[in-house]
Design a protein around this ligand. Structure first.
Ligand code: DX5
Ligand code: ZN
Length: 221
């Protein structure tokens, strides 16, 4: 599967969100990744439906909404209405992960299941057939700019192997500490969507340079 780059607007300049998204898309960013945090599931409070709607108004591109919120079910409809194409929920955030994924599909969106670095691959095995995307966190979520945890790589490999059997069309997305140095090992392990906030929006030479560097570090992209 061709590698996709998903710029995370968590590190964008939100005073000029539309321009920042346009710059990322013009430079070849594939998905626009939007990190929603509730201050409980993770120790940070970030973007919500208003930002998803603003991003939708700024671009026709694929909006990848990553919900780091406890009990996400009551919020799903609002994110779908705001314009999300993909909504990912954490397996740790709900006791009813099948239902959450089914609700996302019923709202007309793609459904993703996310897992924290400390959560074993097996935790999502029961729902792999329902997921369009499996989102592996390679930092403990909450903040941009953290260091990649290489210990998640064997889990990526296990998930890719299992997906090859039960759901070969599903995408395997990796999120946290991805840059031109860490991307190749993640791709080698089986990831095919690469989220990056700092390496794109905080790249010293600019957004386009950051995306190009990631693209060059990937193969087959
Ligand atoms: C982490 C978020 C990530 C974050 C990645 O809690 O889910 O999407 O924005 O940031 P970087 O790429 O800087 O690690
Ligand atoms: Zn994210």
């Amino acid at each position: 599967m061709p590698a996709l780059i998903a710029p995370s607007i968590l590190s964008a300049d939100l005073t000029r969100l539309g321009q920042q998204i346009q710059a990322a898309v013009d430079a070849g960013g594939d998905w626009v990744h939007i990190d929603v945090m509730d201050g409980h599931f993770v120790p940070n409070l970030t973007l919500g439906t208003a930002i998803v709607a603003a991003a939708r108004a700024a671009t026709d591109h694929f909006l990848d909404v990553h919900l780091m919120v406890n009990h996400p079910e009551p919020l799903l409809k609002a994110f779908a209405r705001a314009g999300a194409n993909l909504i990912s929920v954490h397996v740790e955030a709900t006791p009813h992960i099948h239902r959450a994924l089914q609700q996302i599909h019923a709202l007309g969106c793609q459904a993703g299941v996310a897992l924290n670095p400390g959560t074993p691959a097996e935790a999502v095995f029961p729902v792999l057939h329902l997921a369009d995307v499996v989102l592996v966190m390679s930092v403990n979520p909450g903040f941009a700019g953290q260091a990649f945890l290489p210990e998640v790589l064997p889990k990526v490999k296990r998930l890719r192997e299992r997906l090859n059997t039960v759901n070969p069309q599903a995408r395997l997305e990796i999120d946290g500490g991805i840059n031109a140095q860490t991307l190749p090992a993640a791709q080698e392990a089986g990831a095919d969507v690469f989220v990056a906030a700092s390496a794109i929006f905080r790249h010293p030479q600019g957004i386009a340079y950051g995306i190009r560097a990631l693209r060059q570090a990937s193969h087959g992209g």
